[in-house]
Design a protein around this ligand. Structure first.
Ligand SMILES: NC(=O)c1ccc[n+]([C@@H]2O[C@H](COP(=O)([O-])OP(=O)(O)OC[C@H]3O[C@@H](n4cnc5c(N)ncnc54)[C@H](O)[C@@H]3O)[C@@H](O)[C@H]2O)c1
Length: 470
């Protein structure tokens, strides 16, 4: 056995390889010790990609989680034809009651479930629901989604859908077993420039797609440390002790749809690297000096501010995803697509290039006229009036309801929820191992080769009206 092999064996046996620990002056990390995430070896029970559930004329919805995000979803759904808001649930009675109040004067009179950690189970057991819409803290997403699916309810679950690889598989297996949809509510797939570039990619404007970039760069420091922000400081706690791309799906979703990931291409492996913390610990110390409430947060284990994750696909494409929620920077999801003939990027300002040159403003308008997808023509202006991140939230909700009412496959299936969410624990694993390469599980278990790309037309649907007065 060669010296190198001997060293590898020693590191493997001693369990030090995974920790990247240097021994006796040898190299500090053995690049050959690639960390494998074991694939789920079972066969798919059923392929949910492209699955059309039976049509539902009136979609009866129960909401769980009515903090900062949930009430906006309730309001948006109240503007959609063929929706009945049947039930509202939040741990905190005040939150649930105020969401109910918001619906006064509308056709909706939901029952409120509240006051206990498990009131949501009571809601699912009691109410005749078609869809459970989940807007709770991250660690509750999977228990709630799985319980709802096992009760035969379709699920819409906020981002990220799951926190661990096991949880991702649990979502996949439950959706396949129950044949109900589990859609992660990745609203950024429905933003205007993202939809435009998806259609441009489909029509071949960029040529072969080679590379994509996305991000979640959003300074949340003040909100994360605000006592009256996230319930029980859950989101600040998520940033303690964890190091990776903690909120990957906003950047990933639109790029994956453009690359047909899960539907013609698949992720292969990734590598992830984080900076140290220069922001959160500092903020905690300033606050703790003035207010005892922050004492437990003062010396907490804050980790990387900027995480960069790079991903290779099986068809040879690359992606770069960044996450930084603590540096004082302008908001950005990057959204860059680079192809063999053209490119586009959304931030800092939306620009498109053909060959070596950015196109002019007049050409940009021509592109918009030519490639704006049907969903935007149909409900884009109404979506802007309803609002929700400039309209993308409403387009997402409208499309979800229109698909359910017309018995159409959803644009985002459980495999997307699982894969896009899985990038977080996989990036954490890579960061913890000096950026070693990590295999990405194939949640479609081979079906990615034949799954059809997302249908961006409204074929078979587009029949659901928006209930806005003139
Ligand atoms: N897609 C987007 O653009 C977007 C934007 C903001 C938030 N989000 C996501 O929405 C989710 C909620 O975020 P938020 O900002 O509203 O947080 P939040 O803390 O304001 O709200 C969470 C709510 O869940 C409730 N809750 C906690 N435990 C519960 C339980 N056992 N039963 C019922 N309710 C319970 C809390 O009381 C709280 O009202 C998160 O997953 C977040 O990532 C997504």
């Amino acid at each position: 056995m060669s010296t190198t092999n001997n060293r590898r064996s020693f590191l493997k046996l001693s369990g030090l390889a995974g920790l990247g620990i240097a021994t006796g002056g040898l190299v500090s990390f053995d690049a050959a010790s690639k960390i494998e995430i074991p694939p789920n070896s079972g066969a798919p029970r059923f392929n949910m990609s492209g699955y059309a559930a039976p049509k539902i004329e009136t979609v009866k919805i129960g909401f769980i989680g009515l903090g900062m995000r949930g009430p906006g979803a309730v309001k948006r759904m109240s503007y959609i034809q063929g929706v009945e808001i049947k039930a509202l649930c939040d741990l905190r009675p005040k939150q649930a009651e105020s969401a109910k109040k918001m619906l006064e004067g509308t056709a909706h009179d939901p029952k409120v479930y509240s006051g206990s950690e498990t009131a949501w189970k009571n809601m699912i057991d009691t109410e005749d629901l078609d869809l459970v819409y989940i807007c709770t803290p991250w660690d509750l997403h999977v228990p709630m989604a799985v319980y709802a699916m096992n009760a035969g309810r379709h699920v819409g679950v906020e981002v990220p859908a799951a926190k661990t690889i096991d949880e991702c598989w649990e979502l996949v297996e439950t959706s396949e077993k129950t044949k109900v949809h589990c859609m992660m509510l990745e609203n950024c797939c429905y933003d205007f420039f993202e939809l435009l570039t998806l259609n441009m990619a489909r029509q071949g404007y960029f040529g072969d797609i080679i590379h994509g970039e996305g991000a979640y760069i959003h300074d949340l420091v003040d909100l994360n440390f605000n006592k009256n922000g996230y319930e029980n400081m859950w989101r600040l706690k998520e940033n303690i002790g964890r190091d990776g791309n903690l909120y990957a799906t906003h950047g990933l979703g639109p790029i994956c749809q453009i690359m047909n990931v899960n539907r013609g291409d698949q992720m292969d492996y990734l590598t992830s690297l984080s900076s140290a913390d220069f922001n959160m610990g500092k903020k905690a110390k300033i606050l703790a000096a003035k207010d005892d409430f922050y004492t437990p947060f003062e010396n907490a284990n804050y980790r990387g501010n900027m995480n960069t994750t790079i991903i290779k696909t099986k068809n040879g494409r690359s992606m770069m995803m960044q996450h930084d929620v603590s540096s004082p920077r302008p908001y950005s999801r990057i959204h860059l697509i680079s192809g063999s003939e053209g490119m586009a990027r959304k931030y800092p300002t939306a620009q498109i290039a053909k060959g070596h040159s950015w196109i002019s403003d007049a050409e940009f308008k021509e592109i918009e006229a030519k490639y704006t997808p049907e969903i935007v023509t149909k409900v884009g202006d109404l979506a802007k009036r309803v609002g929700g991140h400039g309209g993308m939230d409403f387009m997402m909700d409208w499309r979800l309801i229109d698909c359910l009412r017309n018995g159409l496959p959803l644009d985002q299936e459980v495999y997307d929820a699982a894969l896009w969410s899985a990038i977080t624990p996989l990036s954490e694993k890579s960061v913890a191992n000096r950026s070693a390469s990590v295999d990405v599980p194939d949640f479609t278990r081979g079906n990615w080769k034949s799954n059809a790309p997302v249908d961006i037309s409204l074929t078979g649907g587009g029949t659901t009206n928006v209930l806005l007065g003139d």
